[in-house]
Design a protein around this ligand. Structure first.
Ligand SMILES: Cc1ncc(COP(=O)(O)O)c(C=O)c1O
Length: 409
């Protein structure tokens, strides 16, 4: 699977960096190109650094748990309670929140979803109406702003300003705006995709104060919570005053590379939303797949050693990417992410136009188009850093060969 191949013994293979217990630097490009998942399958000939899947295989403890589940040969209805089943992952989540974030969660207030965006849309559906204002930090992970658009909610932007010191949001300006343009909810992406911003405690406190002042429901997408580098994640619901007005949605899918399993959990703080969820027809949102819950439980129970190791690898990649970019694409503007394995790169000084993704594609590198993240993404690309050192090196070397293209018609 990850036997030494083209990238198993290169400069960033077992030599300079060492590949460690889990072989994160031993990725074989041919193995990646044969994978059936979306990231590599659509254009196997390219170097794929777009959708947020990691190139490394998921933790062995998760694969072992899935195999053990198959070996038990019982794929019948799980015994998770009736008529409102709760997968075992809900209890494991509550225990893990206390252990990892020091956040005490009542497991009876945790619900399963088939994925994070389903949780976001369900809560928007139950707690807001078409025409209602919803605050969103921009640029934004596309399914979040598209959810607001498709559901007819009014997006109230908090635009990011990115400079060498970090990612900044102007909350005085947000408060001014909320006085004239009311909102009912804050849809937070914490940590933030695509900028990799990890909202520090003082910023979370400010957001909670704003939510209290303007009576906003907080819907917090915390899917990247375990991918922070310099400090442990602080759930916004753990900030004083937030718990009763916050729905926090988590998943093992990003940190443990399990996105195809389709599973998320949400802690639903507001009682009225818990009630509204219980009043929905019981099959409307589908049910959780037995194997998906098995994978989540294994990751959150036994996956911490792998998570620690992958974070070391990703942190190395984030430094390496910044260094390679400075050397080979010195005009690109980039600030290493404080969280996530996603790098947000401002290519405007490079003269590659509003859609630099096209120029990089033309030389064989597939990245995420900044324009998909909203108007602030023009001239930007998002680069997925979760690969081996050798492949990352080759991605940047190839990006450096990109040239301006004629405008797109
Ligand atoms: C911020 C954020 N939310 C949600 C998702 C998607 O989660 P799901 O597939 O569980 O809907 C992603 C995937 O990259 C993401 O980055």
């Amino acid at each position: 699977m990850s036997a030494a191949g083209e990238f198993g013994s290169g400069e960033f293979g077992s030599g300079e960096f060492g590949s460690g217990e889990f072989g994160f630097d031993d990725l074989d490009l041919e193995w990646l190109r044969a994978k059936p998942g979306a990231k590599w399958h659509q254009h196997p000939e390219r170097l794929n650094a777009w959708v947020a899947d990691m190139d490394v295989p998921p933790p062995p403890v998760v694969l072992d748990a899935l195999r053990a589940c198959l070996d038990r040969a019982d794929l019948g209805y799980p015994d998770w309670g009736y008529p409102r089943p709760q997968s075992p992952a809900t209890r494991v989540f509550a225990a893990r929140c206390a252990r990892r974030y020091g956040w005490e969660v009542d497991p009876s207030e945790v619900v399963d979803f088939c994925d994070v965006v389903q949780g976001v849309q369900t809560v928007l559906h139950l707690a807001t109406l078409p025409g209602d204002g919803v605050v969103l930090h921009t640029p934004s992970y596309p399914p979040l702003w598209r959810s607001l658009r498709d559901m007819g909610r009014r997006q109230i932007d908090v635009p990011a300003r990115v400079d060498a010191a970090g990612v900044h949001f102007d909350y005085d300006e947000l408060e001014r705006r909320l006085r004239i343009e009311p909102a009912v909810a804050l849809l937070l992406c914490h940590p933030h995709n695509p900028t990799g911003h990890r909202f520090p405690v003082d910023e979370l406190v400010r957001l909670v104060q704003i939510a209290e002042r303007f009576d906003l429901l907080i819907i917090s997408d915390e899917i990247h919570a375990d991918l922070t580098f310099d400090a442990v994640h602080v759930p916004i619901a753990s900030i004083a005053g937030a718990a009763d007005r916050t729905v926090s949605i988590h998943s093992a899918s990003k940190a443990f590379n399990l996105a195809g399993m389709r599973h998320a959990v949400a802690h639903v703080g507001p009682e009225r939303i818990r009630r509204a969820l219980h009043e929905l027809p019981d099959h409307l949102l589908g049910a959780i797949n037995l194997l998906a819950a098995e994978a989540t439980v294994a990751a959150w129970t036994d996956g911490d050693a792998w998570l620690d190791a992958v974070l070391v690898h990703l942190e190395r990649n984030r430094s390496m990417f910044a260094a390679l970019l400075a050397e080979r694409l010195p005009l690109a503007r980039h600030r290493p992410p404080a969280a996530t394995y996603l790098a947000w790169v401002d290519c405007r000084p490079m003269g590659l136009g509003d859609e630099p993704v096209r120029a990089f594609r033309a030389v064989g590198v597939e990245l995420s188009d900044g324009n998909d993240f909203g108007p602030l993404g023009a001239g930007h690309v998002r680069v997925n850093l979760a690969t081996s050192g050798a492949i990352l090196d080759r991605i940047v070397a190839t990006m450096a060969t990109a040239e301006p293209l004629p405008p797109h018609h």
